[in-house]
Design a protein around this ligand. Sequence first.
Ligand SMILES: [Zn+2]
Length: 258
Amino acid sequence: MRLVDTHCHLDIPPLSAQPQAVLERARQAGVCAVVALAYDLKSFDAVEKLAQLAGVAPVLGLHPWVAHEPLDVADLEKRLRRCRAVAVGEIGLDFKLEGCDQGRQLEVLEQQLEVACRLELPVMLHCRGAFDELLAVLCNASKPVRGVLHAFSRSPEIMGQFIDAGLHIAFGGAVTRETATRARRAAAACPAERLLLETDAPSIGLQGVPAEEVEPRHVREIALCIAGLRGISLEEVAEVTTSNATALLGPRLGAARP
Ligand SMILES: [Zn+2]
């Protein structure tokens, strides 16, 4: 069985302390590739370095939480090419962020969507409190945007709008909580060809596992939970989600076979 964790922050403690050990535990759980995302400008160097490890696919971008940082678009492009990044991210909109500058978030998102378009890369999107605004940005883009709406925990109705806009949907630890009815309904209803798995480690806990203990290996528990919700086997979930991840993110993931 081969699983892919399409969203993880390997450069953040405690994962950053022993990335090799984290990756070995992931491999033992059947996770053949881990997508490591940058977040702020400071994390770009760390993620580029982690990309040298077998099984790690890098993604660079400026998160909406740090939209105030001075993004140098030319530098981002140079780095994305240099580390053979599989996507641009983590980018997006978070209008629930206290005191946020919505205009600046939109500006930085649009700049990075243009970079992704120029380099023909997909994007990894974070969205909180701005689903209508994000949808409008995607629909107004000059070319269709390929990418992932990550850590999805909203309703199947909202999901459907982003599926129609061409995105893949990644589900993480939220679906393992019995109280997360909306997220679980969405994970059950997501079209198979758009379904992806992620942990967002170490940011989101699983039922019984606190966020700071979550590692890419936990993608197996998430896959098992989604298998139950969809009434299919763990192997079927692994097969469909890994084939979706490889088709979207490219052969770099395939090259990351253990
Ligand atoms: Zn993240």
